[in-house]
Design a protein. Structure first.
Length: 258
């Protein structure tokens, strides 16, 4: 950014240089978002797109706009340095807030409960005082896939009811209920969806199924299609008999429509 103090810049050219710097950072952020925090298909299901828009507004719009407003080529180098410093500090503060919010909402667990999978954001776990490291027993990478069931009696049931009614913690966010998915997969496959019926009702889904089948090189009816109910978009997850995720298809519906 100190490059703006060298040479001759108009307001527009200074804002454009700032935009290029911001664009470089934004490209790096997109890579982290897609590869680490919101891997497919959770980018569309769990708010990755909304987070990307938030950071883009701050990084690609707010920063360059502030430079456009404050930059004056007739000012001395000292005055320009102060102005640019103010812009950078404001942008970094806003970016820090936005990135922190996006990071806190990244999915760290995909939990099967009752008849569907649900995504669980990091903040839902850490706000309970539970370290995310506790989830590492279920997988090496986030989000981990786990199984959960509602307890029916005893002290565990009492803790469950207290968490739901008093602490307002939804069942799929209660880490004490989590169990390895593979060991409980027989209880999951009973909720398998009929991809034949889904394809018949939705040409868009049929096209996705055909494309996934071609990429996997196997008939999708050999896999178990389970619904993922999420905040922004429903997903169909395809597992093999060993509870290993083989592929996904994005449903053109919001939560509750599958």
């Amino acid at each position: 950014m100190m490059f703006l103090l060298q040479g001759s810049h108009t307001r527009l050219s200074a804002a454009f240089v700032h935009f290029l710097f911001s664009l470089s950072f934004f490209a790096l952020f997109v890579g982290v978002l897609l590869l680490a925090w919101y891997p497919a298909p959770y980018f569309s299901a769990s708010g990755g797109w909304q987070g990307l828009q938030l950071v883009a507004a701050v990084d690609l719009v707010l920063g360059p706009l502030c430079t456009l407003i404050l930059f004056n080529p007739r000012k001395s180098s000292r005055e320009l340095r102060i102005d640019i410093g103010i812009v950078v500090v404001l942008q970094l503060l806003a970016l820090g807030y936005g990135i922190k919010a996006v990071h806190a909402q990244r999915p760290v667990a995909v939990v099967f409960l009752d008849s569907s999978f649900y995504t669980v954001p990091a903040q839902a776990i850490t706000s309970q005082g539970v370290p995310l490291a506790r989830l590492e027993q279920f997988g090496e990478r986030f989000p981990v896939h786990v199984y959960a069931s509602r307890p029916e009696s005893g002290p565990e049931f009492e803790r469950f009811v207290h968490a739901v009614e008093q602490l307002q913690i939804p069942p799929h966010e209660q880490v004490d209920l989590y169990r390895p998915l593979a060991e409980n997969f027989s209880s999951v496959i009973g909720s398998s969806l009929s991809i034949t019926e889904i394809a018949a009702d939705s040409p868009q889904m049929r096209a996705q199924f055909d494309d996934l089948q071609a990429r996997l090189g196997r008939d999708l009816t050999e896999l178990h299609a389970i619904a993922l109910t999420s905040r922004y978009r429903n997903i169909v997850l395809f597992f093999d008999d060993n509870a290993r995720l083989q592929g996904t298809a994005s449903a053109p519906f919001k939560t509750g429509d599958l």
